[in-house]
Design a protein around this ligand. Structure first.
Ligand code: C5P
Ligand code: MG
Length: 297
């Protein structure tokens, strides 16, 4: 049986043998991929985080912006506000990724971070008609191979849920400008609420931050109900909080989780390998998800 287990890595999906691919239990991963392949694309749904998962963490050694950071543009906010948002990032991002703190300890800080930034954005009276231009001027980039990923899911009619604690309006604009906002793509995120003149006045619905995706998944139960005949889930994320994005799927048969480990690699490697089925270390491409999708669909 051993020989069969490792056949996938050797022949069908050689990408899984790369040094940047870590797995706690390679046999289980291979069995899951094989079971998903037998069930086919009709049984599959993909649930993915956006910032630093579908979008790049870095390019040529420079950090790429999150959807929030795309707003760091003179078109939208003044210098004083930029400075405050950067200070908040410098305070709270280290807490978000701190391997020594529990999720419970991080929670109140995340709520504080998101709430403060959203209040600042509302004060800036951001105009809806300038968002597309801000996205164009930004250095936001999707991971290499993103087009193959999105196009294949669309061709196979596999639903893709993008579940993001970032900004939905910006996220949609990024995928639209990259020509991959296909009809099979659904987004759960923080959306801006504009007044009649197109000026930001609030955020809609329940705030989504890195560590409450489980509650938000349950709130959006209707979305998952529509997909109940798709019991196999491929989940992509870059934060440990992303692992709860599939908690709205009622009867999961096979789930495979892929985690991008972008930052603080040594500090976080162990917890990522213990939590995600496949961990991709400093991999700015969609090569592994694409290779797996190519095999199972
Ligand atoms: O799409 P995703 O759920 O990854 O979006 C959340 C990410 O956005 C977080 O990982 C966080 O680091 C980042 N963020 C940010 N600025 C904020 C709030 C969150 O860059 N004000
Ligand atoms: Mg992310």
């Amino acid at each position: 049986a051993l020989a069969i287990w490792h056949q996938l890595t050797k022949s069908e999906i050689p990408e899984l043998a790369k040094a940047s691919v870590l797995m706690r239990d390679r046999s289980r991963v291979e069995e899951t991929i094989q079971a998903m392949q037998r069930a086919g694309p009709d049984a599959l749904q993909v649930i993915s985080d956006f910032d630093m998962t579908l979008s790049r963490f870095a390019h040529n050694g420079k950090r790429c912006p999150t959807t929030h950071n795309i707003l760091d543009n003179d078109l939208l906010i003044n210098d004083a506000c930029k400075k405050m948002i950067r200070e908040l990032l410098n305070t709270y991002y280290p807490i978000e990724i701190d391997a020594t703190r529990t999720v419970e300890e991080k929670l109140p800080h995340m709520v504080e971070w998101w709430t403060s930034v959203h209040e600042l954005l509302i004060q800036q009276k951001i105009r809806r008609d300038l968002l597309a231009q801000a996205v164009k001027q930004s250095s936001a980039m999707l991971r290499e191979g993103y087009k193959v990923f999105f196009d294949r899911l669309q061709e196979q009619q596999v639903p893709l849920l993008i579940f993001s604690a970032g900004l939905g309006d910006i996220l949609e604009e990024v995928i639209r400008q990259n020509h991959v906002f296909h009809p099979n793509v659904h987004v759960i995120s923080n959306y801006m609420d504009f007044d009649q003149s197109g000026v930001l006045r609030a955020f809609k619905g329940q705030l989504i931050h890195t560590f409450n995706k489980r509650e938000c998944a349950l709130l959006h139960a209707a979305h998952f109900r529509e997909l109940k005949e798709r019991p196999n889930v491929l989940l992509l994320g870059d934060s440990l909080g992303d692992l709860t994005m599939a908690d709205g799927v009622a009867h999961t048969q096979h789930a495979l989780t892929i985690g991008f480990l972008n930052d603080q690699v040594e500090e976080r490697k162990e917890s990522y390998v213990n939590s995600y089925d496949i961990v991709l270390v400093k991999d700015e491409t969609m090569d592994i998800p694409n290779a797996i999708l190519n095999y199972i669909t």
